[in-house]
Structure formats: structure tokens, C-alpha cells
Design a protein around this ligand. Structure first.
Ligand SMILES: [Zn+2]
Length: 342
């Protein structure tokens, strides 16, 4: 229970830090005036943005969807807003730095420097590496199951959790794909897609953690365990997409799902005689330490290296160890089942 208190404290601390910094930059009156002006005339000082020359006339909100602006115009509007916000932020941060102030967050994010229009280049690169790591892990798991290990007569794998890990791989790759997109271009749509995919993979991996650690093999029991958690995750996804994207509440939901599966795996690693339990330990301890990075949220060094990017970096080696554990588990379970059947 002591760990629980510790985690609650950490979450509370993370929320308060996020809450304090979330709007420090964007409530600055000079920044606000700059953005407002820029969205109106499309320029800041001598610098003008082509994306801001969209037509805002003749489109009313209460028209049916097919009469509204085409999507490419919406993108242009989003781009204009994002360009204005970015350049006003750079301008304001320059002025603040000259006065000796520390960087502050704008719209919940630190002032990052863009590379080729990519907002957070390091987070993009690390997200893409996480995606490829999951693909590599899944592929090698697939090859092991269907080409290296013996198969049943019906050509199915002996390992009873194989289809669950396949679904897990798809959810993980989906979430890292949207993470890559979101960190390249932060607009309402990409943010919701990233958050929703993260909730989906966290919810599904929590179900998997319960099913695997309790070795639930009966279909009916699996459905009974999965149904309430799936319903909860789905409701939460609908809530953040169509009702309100409440960052604090979403963080509580995600951290709770993440921490509970880490605890489950940790307890299981402590009691099981699984030959690869040290890999579980590595992932649990590494995952816990990585979580500290997300909580100790420092501003980007040189405008690039921030805690969130480092957090995405640490999950790359952990993902490698994780898939290596999954492969070991498939091998271990298969040989157990074969021994029993002999
Ligand atoms: Zn991220």
C-alpha cells in the first residue's frame, strides 16, 4: 500500500505542476494581442503567413455539413492559427529571455523550436522509433509462433495468448503512429486521435495484464474480465472526444491504468517461477522510472530536448525487452503444454 500512496502523491504533484504552468504563456496580454492581430491581418511585424489568406466569408455554422468549408480550408485555418501562435510565442519568448525570465508554457506546451514545420522533432523521431520497435517485436513474435514453434493439428499456435498479443501490437502501433502525427502538428484533431489511441492501448494492455497474470484461459471468463474495462475505456474515449477533453481527468485515467498494470506485472513477477521474470522486472522498474520523467516536466533544452521526448526515448529499449519477454512466454508456455500432453 505504501507504493500506492507514493503514486497518488506523484500524480497529485504532476497535476499541480501541469495546472500551474498550463496557461502561464498564453494568458500574457502581449502574446494574446499578437495572436489576435496576426489571425486578423496574417502578419507579425514584417513577416506574413500565406496560410492566413483564407476566406472566412459566406460560411455560416448552422449550415449542413456539405455546405460548410472543405477540409483543406479548415487545415489552412488551423495552420494560420498554429503559425501565428508559434511566431508570437518565439517573439514573446525572445523578449522575455532578454529580460532574464525563464521559459513558460503556451497552451499547455513548452516553447519548442520547429524543424521543417515539425513542432517537436525529437518526440516525432522517438515516437517513430517506438512504432518500428513494436513492428519488429510483433514480426519476430509472429515468426516464432508460426514458423519456429510446433503448431497444433489445426495449424493454430499452442500459445493461448497469441491473438491477444496480436491485437496488442496493432493497438500499440496505432498509438505510436498518432503520437508521431500529433507531435509533428498539434491541432485539435491530431490531439484527440493521439489521446484516444493512448487510452485504447492502455485499456487493452491492462486487460491483457489481468488475463495473463491470472492465466485466464476460458473464453467466458476472459469476456467477463474484458467487458467492463472495454466499456470504461470506450466511454472515456467518447467523453474526451465529444464532451470535454479534460487534461487533468484524462491524466488520472491514463496514469491509473498504467500504474495498475505495472503493479500487476510486478506482483506477478514476484510470485511466478517464469524463467524470464527478470525481463518483467526490467520493464516494470524502467517503466516506473520513465514515468518520473513525464512527471518531472522541465522546459526543452535548446528548444529541443524536453522531459516528454526523453520519456518517449526510454520506452524504445523497454519495448525491445518487452517483446523479448512475450516471445519467451510463448516458448515457455508452448513447451509446458507439450510436456503435459505427452
Ligand atoms: Zn507524446
Amino acid at each position: 500500500m505504501r507504493e500506492c500512496h507514493w503514486f497518488v502523491l506523484l500524480v497529485a504533484f504532476a497535476l499541480s505542476v501541469k495546472g500551474l504552468n498550463a496557461s502561464a504563456g498564453d494568458i500574457d496580454p502581449q502574446y494574446r494581442t499578437c495572436v489576435k492581430q496576426c489571425e486578423k491581418i496574417g502578419c507579425i511585424d514584417q513577416q506574413c503567413f500565406p496560410q492566413c489568406n483564407f476566406s472566412v466569408d459566406g460560411v455560416s455554422i448552422d449550415q449542413p455539413w456539405y455546405m460548410q468549408e472543405p477540409l483543406y480550408l479548415k487545415w489552412k485555418q488551423w495552420d494560420c492559427q498554429s503559425d501565428c501562435r508559434y511566431h508570437c510565442m518565439v517573439k514573446r519568448e525572445g523578449e522575455r529571455e532578454a529580460l532574464g525570465y525563464h521559459p513558460v508554457k503556451y497552451h499547455g506546451k513548452w516553447p519548442f523550436k520547429r524543424i521543417y514545420g515539425i513542432q517537436e522533432p525529437l518526440s516525432v523521431a522517438f515516437s517513430a522509433l517506438n512504432l518500428s520497435m513494436h513492428f519488429h517485436g510483433w514480426l519476430s513474435f509472429f515468426i516464432l509462433l508460426y514458423y519456429k514453434l510446433p503448431l497444433r493439428q489445426d495449424k493454430k499456435a499452442y500459445y493461448e495468448f497469441s491473438s491477444l498479443w496480436h491485437i496488442y501490437a496493432l493497438f500499440s502501433m496505432n498509438s505510436w503512429f498518432w503520437s508521431t502525427v500529433f507531435h509533428s502538428r498539434d491541432v485539435d484533431l491530431t490531439e484527440k486521435l493521439d489521446y484516444s489511441s493512448a487510452v485504447a492501448v492502455l485499456g487493452f494492455s491492462l486487460i491483457l495484464a489481468i488475463l495473463r497474470s491470472f492465466n485466464v484461459r476460458h473464453e467466458a471468463t476472459r469476456v467477463m474480465v474484458a467487458a467492463p474495462l472495454l466499456a470504461f475505456a470506450l466511454t472515456h474515449i467518447l467523453y474526451i472526444n465529444f464532451y470535454e477533453l479534460d487534461y487533468g481527468w484524462n491524466m488520472i485515467v491514463c496514469v491509473t491504468m498504467g500504474v495498475s498494470q505495472l503493479l500487476l506485472w510486478a506482483i506477478w513477477a514476484g510470485v511466478t517461477h517464469h524463467p524470464s521474470r527478470w525481463k518483467l522486472w526490467t520493464v516494470v522498474v524502467g517503466g516506473g522510472l520513465a514515468l518520473l520523467l513525464e512527471i518531472y516536466d522541465f522546459p526543452p533544452y535548446e528548444g529541443f530536448v524536453d522531459a516528454h521526448a526523453l520519456w518517449h526515448a526510454t520506452t524504445i529499449p523497454l519495448t525491445y525487452v518487452w517483446w523479448s519477454f512475450i516471445r519467451d512466454d510463448a516458448e515457455f508456455q508452448t513447451s509446458n503444454l507439450l510436456k503435459k500432453s505427452k
